[in-house]
Design a protein around this ligand. Structure first.
Ligand code: ADE
Length: 412
């Protein structure tokens, strides 16, 4: 067995052994085969946890075709093992060019999928632009990220969306854990892996205080950083203040920060002007889906010199003499220079995706082209299985309590 394949195989099996929610769903899928006769086209970060998710859908009867949703997040050893040990059709390699990235997405679509499992929205976008002829085969799909869901909602508002898509991101068992504790841990993992820099005592700015930003700020604080938060939403800015963080505009924050992590889903939140005014030696990274949160194009153009100083860190010298360090070209740091979210977190997120895909397979005839919330029953099922897998019991309300909760006349 070649070394890469063995490494990938072991990573997949390690992930499998820490995914109890998926294991429980697998038992039922193997019996019921909810995806029998259906082809599933997936664009996800191709690494071990995702591999187990793809195999879960196949165990449910689906034919699987998969590409990466990001050119830098692929684990090549997992790709080799998925292809050779599990005979999965995967199109992905770490460091693929932009042309290859799109070529691979098209290869997935060439399989004429019936269900789309997307992360970031590129597969759905291509279907609605270059490959509209394939839409007639599609019964619907689901989308994992904040960024992808925002794109879907724009399509829905514009009347452009042609099939039902489930918003997995906003399921409670997804965003409350994946976005917050998943990104919180994996962004730090990526930054520490890329830089080997001490976080304690550093002034760290987190750009964006959605669930991802909340997780990063929380974990940075836990590691001893002095955390600044920047926001455009006044409610979230208040939340950050009450959590004890300093809140200020990006430009001001960068002038006194040692490190910056973006997590907004918005382009150019760190623009050239802020970089020119930034503290000398600042380390920039992005934990959002796309690599456009830091204006790296302008940084490339306007710097007088650039050097790759570590495997995933590039140093830029600006005209004013300041140095800026950029991790993984501004691509999502948790996967481009880390190992992605912890396995137990992805177990829950992928469980939501698997059960939502099952709901779609069983109910697609009643659905129209729209963005749908994940059914509450799916959220609850994942919550219950997860607690059970941890051996955690909780109370159930008594009949009297249920009556009380549903009455407006009963007083104290
Ligand atoms: N591993 C697989 N998919 C991931 C995602 N969307 N974010 C972080 N880690 C992942």
């Amino acid at each position: 067995m070649n070394e890469d394949r063995n490494k990938g195989y072991l990573r997949l099996e390690w992930a499998r052994s820490h995914m109890p929610v998926s294991a429980s769903i697998r038992e039922r899928f193997l019996k019921e085969k909810p995806f029998s006769g259906l082809r599933v086209g997936m664009a996800l970060h191709v690494e071990a946890k995702t591999g187990i998710f793809a195999l879960l859908l196949r165990e449910g009867g689906a034919e699987i075709h998969m590409a990466s949703c990001n050119p830098l997040s692929t684990d090549d050893s997992v790709v080799t093992s998925l292809r050779e040990d599990y005979k999965v059709d995967v199109h992905a390699k770490k460091g693929e060019s932009e042309d290859e990235y799109y070529e691979y997405l098209h290869k997935v679509l060439d399989s004429k999928p019936n269900i789309i499992v997307d992360d970031g929205g590129d597969l759905v976008k291509i279907l609605h632009t270059d490959r509209m002829d394939l839409i007639e085969n599609i019964i619907g799909g689901n989308e994992e990220t904040t960024t992808g869901v925002n794109r879907l909602k724009v399509m829905e508002r514009a009347g452009a969306l042609r099939f039902p898509m489930f918003d997995v991101n906003d399921a409670d068992m997804k965003h409350l854990f994946d976005n917050r504790y998943g990104t919180g841990q994996s962004a730090l993992d990526g930054i520490m892996n890329a830089t080997n820099i001490l976080i304690a005592g550093k002034r760290v700015t987190v750009v964006g205080y959605g669930y991802c930003g909340k997780g990063i700020a929380l974990r940075m604080k836990g590691m001893g950083a002095r955390v600044t938060v920047t926001e455009i939403d006044p409610v979230k800015a208040n939340e950050a203040t009450m959590e004890g963080f300093d809140v200020m505009p990006v430009k001001k924050a960068l002038a006194e920060s040692d490190m910056v992590v973006t997590a907004t889903g918005m382009k150019s939140v760190v623009d050239m002007d802020s970089m020119i005014g930034a503290k000398d030696g600042i380390i920039l990274s992005n934990a959002g889906h796309f690599n456009n949160e830091i204006d790296t194009e302008k940084l490339e153009k306007e710097s007088v010199e650039s050097t790759q100083v570590r495997e995933s860190v590039k140093a830029y010298r600006l005209r004013n003499g300041k140095r800026i360090y950029l991790i993984s070209d501004g691509r999502l740091v948790n996967l481009a220079s880390g190992q992605g979210h912890p396995v137990e977190i992805m177990d829950m997120s992928f469980a939501i995706q698997a059960l939502t895909a099952e709901y779609l397979a069983r109910n697609h005839k009643d659905l129209k082209p729209a963005v749908y919330a994940v059914p509450e029953t799916v959220d609850r099922e994942v919550a219950v299985i997860r607690l059970k897998s941890q051996g955690i019991e909780i109370d159930t309300p008594t009949e009297e309590q249920i009556r009380y909760a549903n009455s407006w006349t009963e007083g104290t």
